[in-house]
Design a protein. Structure first.
Length: 403
């Protein structure tokens, strides 16, 4: 019996790597005679960049960047492949072998502009900017990559990517031609976007943004309304952020002819996906599909008798491009049964979820508050996986251990 263990991160508790390890430990404690492969996945959310660096054998290169308030900090980006002489105009999703032949830089936005970098009392979304992610891209350009992959999940900014673009040489000007530096609050006065200082190396570099949500830039499902409160925005802040992003969208449409307001995935990372698409022509892709294809997940599936996936919550949002759905969708195409584990599941029968997951199991074994349950995530995953292993052993011919 060969089991493929492919969880997403369990938000606020376990990375995808740690979740996979906990599940493996549980299976190994069971009576199931098995082999297993850990293949943690990322859907563009926090941690996806690190997983890509590992899968693509990228070197982690330490650099100094700015945090959301301009303070210096050390972090890193990933670089994989040769350093020069490769055509950077090719597009499309490729597997590990193909991508290794092209120089590729990998940027994790959360490493420079992430929510996890700030204490709760520091959150100030009207003044937090994504400068540091732009710093990472600028450093990466020194390696002459054919492409830069950006995992945008986990950001603390709602600046429409203006901090990133400013770090790359773009100037945002008001009606008197003065630069706007207090973003996103100052974007309400935006009149012109000046590209004369834009880093020329971007002209020959493909930018691909891995998105973990499908939300548009503006409106009730947009970056400010949905994600602003998660980043510390009050209702008044949300209103001001919406106006600032709307102004940015209007100026980009006016200058570059690109409509961003309803762009699918444009709301990713506080609208950074929309801003990079509008100014840099960045490609916005479904994060989990791109990750699975790029890392040759299908080859791992071909060896599997069962797949176990999971994340903190599996619900209707999961079917909108989250990691477990991507895993389940890929497995279903190959006829491999899928078991989903989660801290929270719908109480009522959900036919849409059951169409993709053969079994859905909650990992919590007693009534606890969220703050009490989060520290127990690893132990609960291990216990649940042990029970899953025992069940498979007792119901599958030849599944019981002969040890």
């Amino acid at each position: 019996m060969h089991i493929l263990i492919a969880p997403n991160a369990f938000k606020h508790s376990l990375s995808a790597d740690a979740a996979a390890t906990a599940i493996l430990e549980g299976l190994q404690q069971s009576s199931l005679d098995l082999t297993a492969e850990c293949f943690p996945v990322g859907d563009g959310g926090d941690g996806t960049g690190d997983l890509l660096m590992t899968r693509l054998n990228a070197h982690r290169i330490p650099v100094q960047v700015r945090d959301p308030f301009g303070r210096e900090r050390m972090t890193y980006y990933g670089f994989s492949g040769p350093t020069a002489g490769v055509d950077g105009t090719k597009t499309g999703v490729e597997g590990t072998t193909a991508i290794a032949s092209r120089p590729t830089a990998i940027v994790e936005m959360a490493n420079a502009s992430g929510l996890r970098l700030l204490a709760r009392h520091e959150l100030a979304p009207l003044h937090a900017a994504s400068w540091g992610t732009g710093d990472l891209i600028r450093w990466a350009l020194d390696k002459k990559p054919a492409r830069i992959l950006i995992g945008m999940g986990g950001s603390v900014t709602v600046d429409g990517g203006t901090g990133i673009l400013h770090a790359l040489g773009v100037r945002f000007l008001n009606e008197t031609g003065q630069p706007i530096t207090d973003v996103p609050a100052g974007l309400i006065d935006l009149a012109t976007i000046d590209l004369r200082g834009l880093d020329p190396r971007l002209k020959t570099t493909e930018i691909t943004v891995l998105c973990d949500v499908d939300n548009p830039l503006l409106g009730p499902e947009g970056a400010a309304a949905v994600f602003g409160p998660q980043k510390g925005a009050t209702p008044a802040d949300v209103s001001q952020l919406e106006k600032a992003l709307n102004r940015l969208s209007r100026i980009i449409k006016q200058q570059f002819g690109i409509a961003l307001a309803d762009l699918p995935k444009g709301g990713t990372a506080g609208g950074a996906a929309a801003g990079l698409h509008g100014v840099l022509k960045a490609r916005l892709v479904d994060g989990i599909d791109y990750f699975l294809t790029t890392t040759d997940f299908g080859q791992a599936l071909d060896r599997a008798d069962f797949v176990i996936t999971g994340e903190g919550s599996i619900d209707e949002q999961t079917l909108k491009g989250k990691g477990p759905f991507g895993v389940a969708s890929a497995a279903k195409k190959k006829g491999v049964p899928v078991i989903g584990l989660a801290g929270r599941l719908p109480m009522e029968k959900d036919a849409a979820l059951e169409a993709w997951f053969d079994v859905l199991l909650p990992i919590n074994h007693e009534a606890l508050s969220l703050s009490e349950a989060l520290p127990l995530t690893a132990a609960n995953l291990t216990a649940t996986a042990r029970a899953v292993g025992n069940l498979i052993a007792r119901t599958t011919p030849g599944g019981a251990s002969r040890k």
